[in-house]
Design a protein around this ligand. Structure first.
Ligand SMILES: *[C@@H]1O[C@H](CO)[C@@H](O)[C@H](O)[C@H]1NC(C)=O
Ligand SMILES: *[C@@H]1O[C@H](CO)[C@@H](O)[C@H](O)[C@H]1NC(C)=O
Ligand SMILES: *[C@@H]1O[C@H](CO)[C@@H](O)[C@H](O)[C@H]1NC(C)=O
Length: 240
């Protein structure tokens, strides 16, 4: 390779790196802060794991995990923070084979923002009997401000005919917790959370990844159920 070619590659790499940096204009890196995004930004949000009741204030009102009245930081809970790129389909994974045991918490809530707080409904993840390993989370923005977070269910379509899975409440495919690695079983029951963005960014550009997930869904989630031993790897492979 000539010096010129090397220089060219170096310049290209640097340009790409600068581009990546420059394209993320969102300075909010904490999930409990408010921001407005544009399409090329990263967006920070959190997922809190805890018992279902700990997401409710006075047993009735669901608050954002950022709200100190819930006292989540002092109770038995776990927090995962992610910063995906807006409008890119991403698969978040949380390894549950050794350090993190969702059956000790039960439910999860996705959230972001403080003054403009948005939170998803609590979703069942695991107890000592069952574990749900595959989720789709939709982040809905309006003019760049997060308005809504919700879990998109497929009505157990992806587990029909899979003998290892049962359908819970006609909405979640679940595997027996004792089939999972770290609990006496051999399946890698790491959580896979597929993200999709909908709505508009702060320049009112339309976010399209939700549309793509709707169309790709049958392929993207299939891998998780088609081969338990290698579930997350095959999920990635089936995706594209
Ligand atoms: C919370 O519960 C207490 C006791 O059950 C009640 O007195 C109070 O009015 C409730 N507060 C709200 C905001 O609902
Ligand atoms: C989870 O962690 C275990 C132990 O570190 C590792 O063997 C396994 O491959 C990981 N699974 C995934 C899906 O990353
Ligand atoms: C676990 O959750 C499932 C589904 O919600 C429920 O049917 C089952 O009774 C629960 N098991 C335990 C031990 O709580």
């Amino acid at each position: 390779m000539s010096m010129m070619e090397m220089m060219l590659i170096l310049v290209m790499v640097m340009t790409m790196m600068m581009h990546v940096d420059a394209s993320d204009t969102n300075r909010a890196f904490q999930p409990c802060s408010d921001t407005k995004i544009q399409r090329s930004d990263g967006f920070t949000f959190g997922i809190a794991f805890a018992s279902r009741s700990s997401f409710f204030y006075n047993s009735s009102q669901q608050l954002s995990p950022c709200d100190r009245r819930l006292g989540l930081s002092s109770s038995s809970s776990q927090l995962a923070v992610f910063r995906p790129k807006v409008d890119e389909i991403s698969l978040l994974t949380i390894n549950t084979t050794s350090n993190f045991f969702p059956e000790n918490y039960g439910y999860m809530v996705a959230f972001a923002g403080r003054k403009y707080a948005a939170r998803s409904p609590p979703a069942f993840v695991a107890n000592s009997t069952y574990m749900v390993t595959s989720f789709t989370l939709v982040l809905e923005f309006q003019k760049g401000r997060l308005q809504n977070l919700y879990w998109k269910r497929d009505g157990c379509a992806s587990c029909s005919g899979k003998s290892n899975f049962v359908c819970l409440n006609k909405q979640d495919c679940a595997i027996g917790t004792n089939s999972c690695k770290g609990r006496g079983g051999s399946a890698d029951c790491s959580l896979g959370i597929q993200l999709a963005f909908s709505g508009t960014d702060k320049h009112e550009a339309v976010l399209n990844s939700w549309y793509e997930v709707k169309n790709l869904r049958q392929y993207s989630l299939y891998g998780l159920y088609s081969n338990l031993r290698d579930s997350l790897t095959s999920q990635f492979n089936n995706f594209f």
